[in-house]
Design a binder for this molecule. Structure first.
Ligand SMILES: *Cc1c(COP(=O)(O)O)cnc(C)c1O
Length: 426
């Protein structure tokens, strides 16, 4: 392992993930190979190999790399060909990047409430939101816990609704022997520094089965337009002096009859792709480490009846990108967060319900739209650091502090808790 000399001034003994992955000599070796090869540093063989390995891992027909998860989502949403008046159903419990591109479209966004166990879009809440105008569903596999895709796809397929999976947390997860990113229609991944693997800090991938979408994505990330063309012959044939000029000549023969979107340069560098390949080799070990830490936290929390720990059903493998649990009472939740922070455990709550953010309030959304998401967030939700960069000592410290804090708080649980308590699930 490369021992990082962090310049981040952390007062936390157990910090939140600055890096969600671990970089070691295999990543350095890959970088050395790229630098020494003399090959071009973009659009080369590393990117092709990374995409091929990624595609095979996910089980999708195509994988197209881009420069971030945000760009992946922007391009995926572009492929939906949204028209004014279309409806898009989205989850409120995700990072803002999942749905932010929709702010640029004149469409009706419907926030769908979440399942109180997984915090994923709830298929029962989804059904009544679907209409003849519903064009797409945007969901996240929250924290690496796969959404109930069988039920969601059973609702979407017969209605011709496109399902976009935000898989930023879900690399390494599994759903009945399949992978997020191959369950819906479009999968969007992030290789940001904090994610389950990283391509040197930034990077992303779009997976899909459709050939025409892969072709449009290929154009869009390479500064070409997404448009419709006719091959109306031009008056003069352009010269083709050398074989490589044939491409320009072919372009010259076409005329563009409609532009859907300008392209952009979203090329993942060769160095990033080479590290991505090396990281994929480690993916299972990295996710196992997350899962092992999560299992030990589960054990501690299991001793406290006022705490609810989400479990996963058989056939579902949680990638444990986030560790989330719920405390039955708001005052205890708030006090627990304060105590953990004082004792050096960094807590970040993921994520503020998006329908309550200023930009979505501005579009007419607001309080009461997703009662489960709101109640869980404002009253019960806690995330703990859970990532492979944590040392064994840090994990031990986290568990001790958590156990101590909960024991103290259990003493202060107000009177009602002495009655047998049902932890509210809805
Ligand atoms: C990180 C993240 C993104 C954005 O990915 P970037 O690579 O940082 O642009 C999108 N959605 C979710 C759920 C994320 O966690």
């Amino acid at each position: 392992m490369v021992t990082p000399q962090s310049t981040v001034d952390s007062r936390y003994r157990v910090p939140w993930a600055r890096r969600g992955s671990v970089l070691d000599h295999t990543d350095l070796a890959a970088l050395t190979e790229v630098v020494q090869s003399g090959d071009p540093l973009s659009q080369g063989g590393w990117r092709t190999r990374f995409e091929e390995r990624f595609r095979a891992h996910i089980g999708s027909r195509h994988a197209v790399s881009v420069t971030s998860g945000t760009v992946a989502l922007e391009l995926a949403i572009h492929l939906l060909d949204l028209e004014p008046g279309d409806e898009v159903v989205v989850t409120p419990q995700t990072y803002q990047g999942t749905i932010q591109p929709l702010l640029d479209y004149d469409v009706d966004v419907r926030f769908c409430d979440i399942d109180p166990v997984s915090l994923n879009l709830d298929p029962d809440a989804l059904r009544p939101l679907l209409s003849r105008r519903t064009k797409a569903i945007l969901l996240v596999h929250f924290g690496g816990y796969p959404a109930r895709m069988d039920e969601i796809m059973a609702l979407a397929r017969p209605r011709g609704i496109t399902v976009v999976e935000d898989c930023a947390h879900a690399l390494g997860a599994a759903y009945h022997a399949r992978r997020p990113g191959a369950l819906g229609d479009l999968g969007c991944f992030s290789f940001h520094s904090s994610k389950n693997i990283t391509t040197l800090g930034e990077g992303g991938m779009i997976t899909c089965h459709r050939e025409d979408w892969a072709e449009r994505l290929e154009r869009l990330r390479s500064n070409e337009i997404d448009g419709t063309f006719s091959s109306a012959p031009w008056p003069a044939d352009p010269p083709v002096a050398l074989p490589w000029m044939k491409y320009s000549a072919d372009v010259y023969r076409h005329s563009c009859t409609g532009i859907r979107r300008a392209g952009t340069n979203a090329t993942l560098s060769e160095a990033a792709a080479a590290v991505g390949l090396a990281q994929l080799d480690k993916l299972d070990a990295l996710v196992e480490r997350r899962r092992a830490i999560a299992a030990r936290i589960d054990d501690v929390l299991g001793g406290y009846p006022f705490v609810r720990v989400p479990t996963t059903p058989g056939g579902v493998r949680h990638a444990c990108h986030l560790y989330t649990f719920f405390v039955a009472e708001r005052e205890i939740r708030d006090e627990l967060i304060r105590v953990l922070d004082r004792r050096g455990v960094e807590i970040q709550l993921r994520y503020f319900p998006l329908h309550l953010t200023p930009e979505w309030r501005h579009r007419g959304h607001g309080d009461g739209e997703c009662p489960v998401a709101e109640r869980l967030w404002f009253e019960q939700h806690v995330n703990l650091p859970c990532h492979p960069e944590l040392t064994d000592d840090q994990v031990r410290y986290l568990l001790d502090v958590l156990d101590d804090s909960l024991r103290e708080l259990a003493g202060s649980v107000p009177r009602p808790s002495r009655r047998p308590r049902r932890i509210p699930c809805r």
